[in-house]
Design a protein around this ligand. Structure first.
Ligand SMILES: Nc1ncnc2c1ncn2[C@@H]1O[C@H](COP(=O)(O)OP(=O)(O)OP(=O)(O)O)[C@@H](O)[C@H]1O
Length: 238
């Protein structure tokens, strides 16, 4: 990686290191995500994806290295983490001034397809709707960096595809840098501009997919599966 201009990057990570006892999980990792860039992070189970995300979110201390980010950082997890005793708008506006928070929450709920539902309760929502509220809560603060920790993994296949379309629209409108942790190679290819593979505590591979043609996606999928330790005879048709 070359030199980064902090102004055009949502986050720049240099030499990040994290270890648990003797086990080094992140080992001098470098990473830069541009403003408005959608990056997916793949890696074998236990390679340190969640550890990296937690360090970026400030939920965990790093042992060494620097993380420079230009704006707020928001996280959406696999489970929605909404508060059952608060109506949807209050979940979205949590910690904001009530009057402006309410208006911003209403707008954000409209953006995720839940207009008019601001006084409804989390318990009345489907899994997909609850994740929409979680996205609204993250984006209402206009974060510079949006961290997504497998937010669509628990959803059914059709709902997941709808969420892929929605998240792309939201990112195009709000321009945060995005880091999506996923186990799903097809999800990564469908929505990311760039795919990273993490291995041995570092970013081992960075592949541009934004301009990949339809014909190029089969070989790309096979390559990514191979990098993740899965070799299939003709991966384009699996
Ligand atoms: N708090 C902790 N204390 C000790 N070891 C930990 C802790 N958190 C994570 N680890 C270890 O660090 C390694 C990386 O864990 P991490 O959860 O970051 O991996 P991951 O790539 O997100 O895995 P998965 O894909 O299965 O979610 C694992 O070996 C895990 O056991």
């Amino acid at each position: 990686m070359g030199e980064f201009s902090p102004n055009s990057h949502a986050v720049v990570v240099r030499g990040l290191r994290r270890q648990y006892g003797e086990r080094v999980v992140i080992d001098g990792l470098d990473l830069a995500i541009g403003t408005g860039e959608f990056v997916a992070l793949l890696g074998e189970s236990g390679c340190g994806k969640t550890t990296l995300l937690r360090a970026l979110a400030g939920l965990d201390e790093a042992d060494d290295g620097t993380i420079e980010s230009t704006g707020e950082i928001a996280v959406v997890f696999q489970e929605h983490r909404l508060m059952a005793w608060l109506p949807l708008w209050e979940n979205v506006a949590l910690g904001m001034n009530t009057a402006t928070g309410r208006v911003l929450a209403q707008n954000a709920l409209g953006e995720v397809g839940l207009a008019g539902r601001e006084n409804d309760w989390p318990l009345n929502l489907s899994g997909g709707q609850a994740q929409r509220v979680a996205l609204a809560r993250a984006l209402v603060r206009e974060p510079g960096l949006l961290l997504l920790d497998e937010p669509f993994a628990a959803l059914d296949a059709l709902t997941r595809i709808k969420m892929h379309v929605l998240i792309r629209e939201l990112v195009a409108r709000h321009h945060p840098g995005v880091l999506l942790v996923t186990h799903d190679v097809d999800e990564a290819i469908a929505i990311a501009d760039r795919i990273l593979v993490m291995r041995s505590g570092k970013i081992a591979i960075s592949l541009d997919v934004a301009r990949e043609t339809e014909a190029g996606r089969g070989p790309l999928r096979a390559r990514l599966l191979h990098e993740l330790g899965v070799d299939v005879p003709d991966a384009a048709h699996v």
